[in-house]
Design a protein around this ligand. Structure first.
Ligand code: NAD
Length: 520
């Protein structure tokens, strides 16, 4: 398979990663350093969400192909886990450099298959790149601990050692960032990896693997299989896979957490969300409304940290008409078109689900004050899955549109009298991924951050995704497991502790008699 590096930049890179043997290019697997065609007869079409044209076909890898991927990862573990930490670090230095150089190519692949706007797609790559940059400090991150003199002539030290073969299962909404939350952390600690990208947009992930290979990563260290449920079951059940990282919906996440754990694996599972933005009357109005609109409708609302629920406290409810005006001004169009604010949602099924949830809100008594369901985008995007910005006000906690994650450009608006009511509302919601408060009062902000039971909190920051020296958290219904993604917790997830207790005593100081009692 030719590498993309020396190709003219006008040729889309993904073409080289995919077989051109049929009229529609097919996405390859990556096993033992080879980009391979699958022998399967079972394929999944990937559509450009802006046009609904098929851009590639993704194989459901066969059982033998998936077995081969795990076997080579297991074989590669022996040498890779013993490679010097400096050599692993060097690969990360090179990898981050190549990602930067190919930022625009990666973004184009994301927009082609996922639909988000090009600037937003670059953000997708950047937030993953930051994790790779964090991995460059592995020489500090993987340090163990030492305690000398725990008894006469005796010391203890601990190492953080890799687990073996780890696996990742990723969602469609961040095709670059989320794979980059996983295998760079895993491999820099000395593990090997099998990734199964979202079957809906694997292209950017494939280019990242090519860049990783170009960075000098040895064959077999990271491998990629494709598919849907059968590949997920394979990962959950395979005895040689020691840990699973999952990001995606509740249904899949709970299933994978339970099936993987039952089979003795470590599992970290980031799932769905319903993130509330609390708007206090003392907030900076201009800044708050702009942040709210960006965080509710950006990426067509398909972010797990989207602020999909606005809670206006007291007098701030008077700002709702201004909010609607700002939302109306957003431009809906294909993600490659300059000036686009909102691209398409991932599929016609997703569009239908979003529209049905909006309709349910209307039927259950909410006011549909901005309806984007019939938005029209003309010309070459007339068949795309577009939904314009939509706002439902007067929403109550018992309504389906509040209870379910809509995952589209829809903002549901609730009103409460006091901050305590907002806190109670949020803490009663089953999800605990992210939340934000908008206020100029420090005491209000402090009370909120102390009392709210949500993993990631923003104060005048609408999408508080932590940088990789911290960890992506999430609590209650949004996360299962006990070690989060990236940061210190990510290193803990991909390593286990080994302790060594040693005694070095001069030979003339040997004990005269065997001790049978436990040392006191
Ligand atoms: P998804 O669960 O449909 O797919 C994620 C992965 O799981 C895919 O690789 C898919 O093949 C597999 N999968 C899907 N259904 C499955 C099933 N029933 N059994 C086994 N495997 C299955 O998720 P998605 O639609 O691609 O992504 C959107 C969801 O992901 C949203 O709910 C969003 O909130 C969530 N998400 C969460 C975070 C977070 O960090 N909390 C980040 C991004 C996305």
């Amino acid at each position: 398979v030719p590498f993309v590096m020396n190709c003219a930049r006008i040729v889309p890179h993904h073409v080289f990663l995919r077989s051109m043997s049929s009229s529609v290019p097919t996405t390859k697997m990556f096993i033992n350093g080879q980009f391979l065609d699958s022998k399967t007869k079972d394929w999944i079409d990937v559509h450009n969400p802006a046009t609904n044209e098929v851009v590639t076909r993704v194989p459901k890898s066969t059982h033998d192909e998936m077995e081969a991927a795990v076997k080579v990862a297991k074989d590669a573990f022996r040498d890779w886990s013993r490679a010097s930490i400096l050599s692993r670090q060097q690969i990360m230095f090179k990898f981050q450099q190549l990602i930067k150089e190919h930022m625009k190519d990666l973004a184009h692949l994301i927009t082609l298959e996922q639909g988000k706007t090009l600037p937003d797609a670059e953000g997708d790559v950047l937030r993953g790149l930051q994790v790779v940059e964090h991995c460059c400090s592995i020489t500090n991150l993987q340090l163990g601990e030492t305690m000398p003199g725990i008894a006469k002539d005796m010391d203890i030290h601990s190492y953080r050692v890799p687990l073996g073969v780890c696996a990742g299962i990723t969602p469609f909404n961040f095709p670059a960032m989320i794979p980059l939350w996983m295998y760079p952390m895993a491999i820099v600690c000395g593990n090997t990896f099998v990734i199964k990208p979202s079957e809906r947009d694997p292209g950017a992930g494939m280019l990242l693997l090519e860049l990783l290979q170009k960075s000098g990563c040895p064959d077999g260290v990271v491998n990629c299989i494709h598919g849907a449920h059968a590949s997920v079951d394979f990962i959950c059940d395979h005895p040689d896979i020691r840990a699973i990282s999952f990001v995606g919906s509740d249904q899949a996440g709970q299933y994978i957490y339970e099936r993987g754990s039952k089979n003795g694996k470590r599992v970290q599972s980031n799932m769905g969300a319903k993130n509330h933005g609390v708007i206090c009357a003392d907030a900076n109005k201009e800044q708050t409304l702009n942040q709210l609109v960006g965080a509710a409708f950006g990426a067509a609302g398909q972010r797990c940290m989207a602020l999909s629920t606005a809670v206006f406290v007291g007098e701030s409810r008077g700002w709702i008409p201004d909010l609607v005006e700002r939302a109306k001004a957003l431009k809906v169009n294909g993600g490659t078109e300059p000036g686009t604010d909102i691209g398409p949602v991932i599929s016609p099924e997703a569009k239908k689900r979003i529209c049905d949830l909006v309709e349910s809100g209307k039927k259950q008594g909410a006011n549909l004050i901005l309806d984007g369901r019939d938005v029209s985008v003309s010309g070459k995007y007339s068949s795309g899955n577009f939904v314009g910005p939509t706002i439902l006000t007067g929403v109550k906690p018992e309504m389906t549109c509040y209870k379910e994650e809509i995952f589209g450009p829809v903002l549901v608006v609730l009103e409460v009298e006091k901050l305590d009511d907002a806190i109670e509302l949020i803490n009663s919601n089953p999800y605990g991924n992210g939340t934000a408060i908008f206020t100029t009062n420090g005491a209000t902000a402090r009370k909120f951050t102390q009392e709210i039971d949500v993993g990631q909190i923003g104060v005048n920051v609408p999408i508080p995704v932590p940088l990789p020296m911290f960890s992506f958290t999430g609590s209650r219904g949004s996360f299962r497991g006990d070690m989060n993604f990236y940061g210190k917790a990510g290193i803990q997830f991909y390593t286990q502790l080994k302790t060594v207790t040693q005694m070095w005593r001069a030979s003339d100081a040997s004990d005269k008699k065997a001790a049978t009692a436990f040392p006191t």
